[in-house]
Design a binder for this molecule. Structure first.
Ligand SMILES: *Cc1c(COP(=O)(O)O)cnc(C)c1O
Length: 401
């Protein structure tokens, strides 16, 4: 009998009871806007900023409307303007080049390795083309951050980290997001904290963070941010920094604060699931497991593997075979962007030269979510089904050739 999986790959956990209670309290108060506070009250948004900065070990934090907004504001805050070129990953998701384009800036894509991280050798050849690298830790894969920072520092390239998939992850003993000048997070439903929509920016840089607070739409109420630079840092910039409203509201912040307290446990729970799938797919001819560097303290809320150098038709067979048995694989290499997947050459507003070595990797990437609503047995079933479909398709393909 063929095994079929019945779980739902897009079903996240419910919002915890204490977060629901906190949200209800905000609604009962009617004070949903972050600057609408009662006498002596600190807003939920300001509390979230203080707590997130403390959790990551940063001086400053700003809560905003979305992860994509965070990226755009961070780039503006470090000085990116229209017409500038910004280095970024060829393997990432649409909001990353989109944030660059939203400024009228121009993405310059850097290749991807078989470890699914930015290709530092390719980066080395492109560092003279831009002043900023928007580094996407795509799907939680973290490159050699020591080497990357050394290269960027030497070339005077400012690093902004896109930590949409690495909230809670580390490179050696340092949190992802603590290497660059600024780091951005998303609290959209499919990320590590869930407020539907939302974003966070952290930094130790006083001037950049003051500009970010102004831009987020602070209406000169920057003194109501406890995790922002001192008011003196705003003395000059308040006159020449545009307001590009994108604040977070107290309702979302209230939902996020209790979730943040559980982040470490959630990260451990994702990794338990990851390891089960990884073991279930190990030692299978034709399928490449992504090697994780020992220095990478990863948080794997999704799983990737490679079908390197497979024919398109055979990869499609695996995707279809798995789908028929309830396992949703996203194929990053698909010619048409579908769902959350996309490839640098599907963003046609960028005039990007082909990158054959990256194309080979991108063409082979398969991706699946591991929501915490899946139990250990679910993960074993998923791995068995993938294993089965990959093995069968591989055998048929080699017999046919
Ligand atoms: C989700 C995501 C973003 C943007 O976050 P939104 O909150 O959806 O705007 C940015 N980068 C990556 C890699 C993402 O996955």
């Amino acid at each position: 009998m063929t095994e079929v999986f019945k779980g739902n790959f897009t079903q996240q956990e419910t919002i915890p009871d204490d977060a629901i209670a906190a949200a209800v309290r905000v609604m009962e108060s009617g004070r949903l806007h972050r600057y609408n506070v009662a006498e002596g009250e600190t807003s939920e948004a300001a509390l979230l900023e203080t707590e997130f900065a403390a959790a990551m070990g940063s001086k400053y934090c700003l809560a905003v409307a979305s992860g994509g907004y965070a990226l755009a504001v961070a780039m503006r805050a470090v000085g990116v303007v229209a017409g500038d070129r910004v280095l970024t990953n060829a393997f990432t998701l649409a909001p990353v080049p989109g944030a660059i384009a939203s400024l009228g800036a121009i993405p310059v894509f850097v290749g991807v390795t078989e470890g699914l991280v930015i290709d530092l050798d390719d980066l080395a050849t492109k560092l003279d083309q831009a002043d900023v690298l928007l580094l996407s830790h795509m799907r939680g894969h973290i490159c050699d951050m020591d080497r990357l920072m050394e290269m960027c520092d030497a070339a005077n390239v400012i690093v902004i980290e896109d930590c949409a998939h690495t909230m809670g992850a580390k490179w050696r003993d340092t949190y992802s997001g603590r290497f660059g000048k600024m780091a951005c997070y998303s609290t959209q439903t499919y990320k590590h904290l869930n407020s539907g929509e939302g974003g966070l920016i952290i930094s130790d840089d006083e001037a950049a963070m003051a500009r970010a607070v102004m831009m987020s739409g602070s209406y000169m109420l920057f003194d109501r941010h406890d995790a922002a630079p001192d008011v003196a840092a705003f003395a000059d910039i308040k006159y020449d920094t545009p307001n590009i409203s994108g604040r977070m509201d107290n309702l979302r912040a209230a939902i996020l604060r209790p979730q943040l307290r559980k982040l470490a446990d959630q990260c451990a729970a994702w990794n338990t699931r990851y390891v089960i799938v990884e073991e279930g797919l190990s030692d299978l001819t034709g399928l490449t497991i992504i090697e994780r560097p020992v220095d990478e303290g990863f948080v794997a809320s999704s799983f990737q593997f490679l079908l390197l150098d497979w024919d398109d038709a055979d990869i499609q067979k695996v995707v279809r075979g798995c789908a028929d048995r309830g396992v949703e694989l996203k194929w990053f290499g698909g010619a048409e962007p579908a769902g959350f997947t996309s490839r640098y050459d599907s963003w046609r507003y960028v005039d990007a030269p082909q990158m054959p070595a990256s194309d080979r990797v991108l063409k082979g990437i398969l991706d699946l979510r591991l929501p915490l609503t899946f139990c250990a047995e679910d993960c074993r079933v998923i791995a068995r089904i993938i294993r089965d479909e990959v093995a069968r398709t591989y055998q048929q393909a080699s017999r046919g050739s």
